[in-house]
Design a protein around this ligand. Sequence first.
Ligand SMILES: Nc1ncnc2c1ncn2[C@@H]1O[C@H](COP(=O)(O)OP(=O)(O)O)[C@@H](O)[C@H]1O
Ligand SMILES: [Mg+2]
Length: 462
Amino acid sequence: MTSEQVGGVWPLIPAEGLPPTGALVGIDWLSGGAFYCDPIGWTLHNTAGVTNPNMMIFGAPGRGKSSAVKTIALRLMAYGYRTLILGDVKDEYEGLCRALGVSPHAVGPGLPARINPLDFGPLGRDWTHLGREEAARRAAIVFARWLQLLRGLVGSQKVPFGPTAESAVGQILRDLTGYATGATSLTEITIPQVWQALCDPTPQLVTGCRYRSRQHFLDDTRGVRDALGALVHGHLGGLFDAPTTVKVDWRAPIQSLSLSRLEPLGDEAVGIALMALNSWGRAMTDVPHLSGHQPSGQVDLRVVVRDEAWKQMRLGEQAVASLDADLRLSRRDGAIQIVVAHKPSDMLTVGDAGSAAVAIAKELLHLCSTKVLLGQDEAIGDELSGLLGLTPMASGIVTGWATGGRGRALWVVGSRQFQVSGILTATETALTDTNNAITPSAPRGLSPVVPSDDSAAGAASR
Ligand SMILES: Nc1ncnc2c1ncn2[C@@H]1O[C@H](COP(=O)(O)OP(=O)(O)O)[C@@H](O)[C@H]1O
Ligand SMILES: [Mg+2]
């Protein structure tokens, strides 16, 4: 064939690999060399057109998504990155935390830990000393986050949340915090207070939002009340309804918020908890010093992990939009945000093939310049080409080669693609083993983890 055709026949053969910076991941099968993951470095140097350090990891269950996250986080720690696990649904990050000398924070029914999704986070600090402009700027960010969370919560109950109800809620948030009355320090509020204000609206609120009557107000905001009710009285009562008690130690190598106690409540409850936690996590990592008002310019390097995010995505368009908003921050605050899902269509809830949902899903994918596609069933092939725009050959790698061993993946880095098999060290294999639950009676001394061909190849090449 001519050289013009070669590129069409072997489109995946790259000229050269990526620079060897960041976390070593494993073997790049096309170049035969080592493959490194350095999303912040890639963003700073605009490598392969990477415009943000966010990563999205897809793969069928058991393919090695969480293990990939754990090893990347662990290996980046050597470069000063600290990790925050926003919602460990199955307590699978606990081993890694304990190995690093850290105990996870457990959130669950009957436990003392509370997370207030309406926390101001660092943006609420030193409010009294802020100039008017800066106070207004920060208030806009905080109120927008809260409204996005509330929209997501209401949307998850499949009830309408119209513009009037939304402006009523916005007014309640401004009233309760004292922002509406120009208070010099803002009062922290909680979801039960918002719920209470919706159940018993003041006459000023009813007329101020141009409702015909108190009854009209109550009818119109019913969906919001019911959705908030889940966090006040429902399954999730006692978790997200009081000021935050969890103290995140930002100097520790890793911090994890365990949600495993919620697992028996079902995917929807876990999804809602993840949404509340993600929104809170966004507040906690929104650092005011990057607003240009402090000269230091020093950035904390972080890895923020949202494993099992598909449970949140399934809750509907607004829940995806909420996740989308959470990811937008990272570019300016030095965080690598890692979102883990099963397949691209997790972002489209059942019956959601409509253009708005697809547009939001594509937007979210766009917010993650790096995608790691671990093995998938054949049936997912269409989605890979449709939503991700992969060529047939690239989706063939995901549905074929990548299913041949754990940790094998197609890495989409900006505009480039790499066929990589992730290699775990013996220590990491022990730390990431999620199969131990199903092999409880394995005889002592007999390791349940059989080294795959890839790790043998790794050893050979080393
Ligand atoms: N690259 C790899 N090499 C060998 N074993 C792996 C690799 N990646 C994952 N595993 C093993 O596969 C199992 C499932 O991995 P896990 O990360 O929990 O999958 P997922 O999060 O996709 O469900 C774990 O026991 C883990 O130790
Ligand atoms: Mg997992």
